[in-house]
Design a protein around this ligand. Structure first.
Ligand code: TRP
Length: 332
């Protein structure tokens, strides 16, 4: 018998079009994983409303992110690509898991503490129960592996604790997920302040590249990236700007740092930046072309979202029903 493929699941918040950093750091790996595993990828729009967003903007971001997921090469026929709010079981199980999580545990989440400090005017309960909703996302699908960034490791650890606790009370039920230890995604930094992660919320537009930026914009942003006065291309902690551009160039071309240093020996940063910009534009070209097509074909996007939701609902609905039966809810 053919061995059953392991289940990989991850969600991303619909923040609209992602940056080059999001893409090279995480999303590109999703495409790789989709070729090998049974994958579910979703956009976490329920998580997104922990921060106030105008209605039209939320919808636009969701459509944009969904289009990007397909445009970058995920196949809606092969993987389950879905929008979290289209699958009611997430909210249902989220509530249930709240009742199996201690206030003290949730209070220890460093992301909650950070976000509460940052958005002191809107420390809503959703921000606090964010990790239990995330646990529901994962446990609904019996995920074996969850690819997450460093900032989400603590949430995954909590998910494992909750699953183990539930299993301890009711007998083995939830699959206890593992973090996905694969090829580490690239860590791409701001083009203007290379000691900070590249982020779209940065007020300086020149500090980040969006995956849908045109080649002209990419050239302009890379040309104005901060470097140093040494005019020599090598990787070093003392040269964060140049090292960041080398990292970008390396991921886009497959060249090692050594090869890059050799390639640009005796040439200035101008040449180097042109090459980086060209490599980035080339890397993003198919994604951008496909995105432009998809974002104007709402009927197709909707069809894909429906298909994804149907597949997700089938699995998640079954899990939440079985879970409620275990707990002792009156079912008919
Ligand atoms: N919290 C994750 C983030 O901001 C997104 C997310 C929501 C997620 N649910 C998930 C990631 C389930 C992995 C699995 O990055």
């Amino acid at each position: 018998m053919e061995e059953k493929k392991k289940v990989v699941l991850s969600l991303i918040q619909p923040t609209g079009v992602p940056t080059l950093g999001n893409y090279l750091g995480a999303l590109k790996n999703w495409v790789m994983m989709s070729k090998e595993y049974d994958c579910l990828f979703g956009e976490a729009d329920l998580h997104a409303i922990t921060v106030r967003t105008p209605p039209a903007e939320l919808k636009k971001r969701c459509l944009d992110m969904f289009a990007i997921l397909i445009a970058m090469g995920l196949d809606p026929e092969k993987s389950t690509i879905f929008c979290q709010s289209h699958v009611p079981a997430h909210a249902q199980l989220g509530w249930i898991l709240d009742c199996y999580t201690q206030f003290g545990e949730a209070s220890r989440m460093t992301q909650f503490k950070d976000k509460a400090a940052k958005h002191a005017d809107n420390v809503n309960l959703g921000l606090f129960t964010y990790p239990t909703l995330m646990a529901a996302d994962i446990l609904l699908y019996n995920a074996d592996y969850v690819p997450v960034g460093d900032d989400q490791k603590q949430h995954l650890e909590l998910t494992r604790d909750i699953a183990n606790r539930f299993n301890g009370i009711y007998g083995d039920f939830f699959k206890v997920p593992e973090p996905f230890i694969g090829k580490k995604g690239a860590r791409i930094m701001s083009l203007q302040e290379p000691d900070k992660k590249m982020s779209k919320s940065d007020t300086n537009q020149k500090s980040f590249i969006l995956v849908t930026d045109s080649p002209d914009v990419i050239v302009r942003k890379i040309k104005s990236a901060i470097t140093d006065s040494e005019a020599s291309v090598y990787y070093s902690e003392s040269k964060p700007g140049v090292s960041n551009l080398m990292e970008i160039y390396s991921v886009c071309t497959g060249k090692t740092y050594e090869q890059i240093t050799d390639e640009f020996a005796g040439r200035g940063y101008g040449d180097f930046k042109s090459a980086v910009a060209e490599a980035v534009a080339e890397e993003l070209k198919p994604l951008r072309t496909e995105y432009e097509k998809l974002i104007n074909d709402k009927a197709y996007l909707t069809e894909c979202a429906k298909k994804g939701a149907e597949k997700a609902n089938r699995i998640a609905g079954r899990t939440v029903n079985k879970c409620m039966k275990k707990i002792g809810f009156w079912q008919y």
